[in-house]
Design a binder for this molecule. Structure first.
Ligand SMILES: [Mn+2]
Length: 321
């Protein structure tokens, strides 16, 4: 349910200028929800700045309104901020330093680990994605969607539910998607843009990563490591978490799939965690200062790749037994 306070806040006449942002490592749900909220606010007569601490990944450049996204060094003067798909305000990156304590901060998120950092918090971890929540927001405001908004929300739902596969997909998710189809969106085109748009070299790199996959002796934990050198030669790999980790998760008997991306050689490793359902990877990531959902989470560790892999794999194996 959309909180009444959120609707009231958006309707406030004295709040004229909004900044809207989403988490770094932009992906379909974050970007779709951000742009859809921006569109909604503009239609309510607000001035809106979409700001991110990240460039938009190439596969999302087709999204309507994506050219309005700015990557500023600081935030512009604003009356209220809306953060979508962020478990914590710091998830928007360096620009979070410029959030003002004396301005409304609206938190719209579906992460179970959400820190309720806003002045208005709408956190619903039972919802599949931020875009499904933004869809509900349009309904609560009695606003008809336009086709561009439908494309944005459908893209977010498609990407965050793994194309309606993950357990977070509910009847309400499908109903929202069904409604979005009535706006004449081209679902195959969206699918193609997201999933059938890789370069020849990237697909070959996926193959190399799959063949370098490892698993523990119980076969319950499988992992893939992406070395810094490979990310350097194929930067797109840094964004392709789901495409890569699906190899590990798809192995029969695997309970926890892990992806280790060497962000800075010898110094920092980004870890993505996926569960088959038995192990809570939100709790597993929390051991290392991260979080997310029970089925999908992430954390970032300092140190050499070899040490990070050993530590996280050991903890994952422990939780599988
Ligand atoms: Mn999301």
């Amino acid at each position: 349910m959309v909180p009444k306070k959120l609707v009231a806040e958006l309707k406030r006449k004295d709040l004229k200028v909004f900044v809207v942002s989403a988490h770094i490592h932009l992906e379909g749900d974050a970007l779709g929800a951000e742009l859809a909220v921006a569109s909604l606010l503009k239609r309510m007569g607000k001035t809106v700045y979409c700001v991110n601490d990240d460039d938009v990944p190439e596969e999302y450049l087709f999204l309507p309104g994506v050219k309005t996204v700015r990557r500023p060094h600081a935030l512009p003067a604003y009356d209220a901020a809306v953060l979508v798909d962020c478990s914590d305000a710091s998830r928007i990156g360096k620009i979070s330093r410029f959030l003002r304590r004396d301005r409304p901060l609206i938190n719209i998120d579906h992460h179970i680990s959400n820190a309720r950092f806003g002045t208005v918090n709408w956190v619903d971890s039972r919802t599949s994605c931020a875009c499904e929540m933004v869809y509900q927001l349009f309904c609560a405001l009695g606003m008809r969607l336009n086709k561009a908004e439908a494309v944005l929300l459908y893209t977010g739902i498609l990407s965050d539910t793994g194309s309606f596969r993950y357990a977070s997909t509910s009847a309400a998710t499908h109903q929202a998607a069904a409604h979005l189809l009535r706006y004449g969106i081209d679902v195959y085109e969206i699918h193609r843009r997201l999933y059938e748009n890789f370069s020849y070299e990237t697909i070959r790199a996926f193959g190399r990563l799959a063949s370098a996959m490892q698993r523990d002796k119980t076969g319950k934990v499988a992992w893939i490591e992406v070395p810094a050198a490979l990310i350097k030669s194929q930067p797109v790999l840094a964004e392709q978490t789901d495409e890569i980790i699906r190899f590990a998760r798809a192995v029969k008997g695997v309970e926890v799939a892990l992806l280790f991306k060497e962000v800075r050689r010898g110094r920092e490793v980004r870890v993505n965690l996926r569960s088959r359902g038995r192990v809570d990877v939100n709790a597993l990531a929390a051991v290392f200062g991260g979080g997310g959902h029970k089925m999908a989470s992430g954390c970032t560790l300092k140190g050499a790749r070899k040490d990070v892999v050993a530590k996280v794999v050991a903890e994952a194996v422990r939780r599988c037994s």
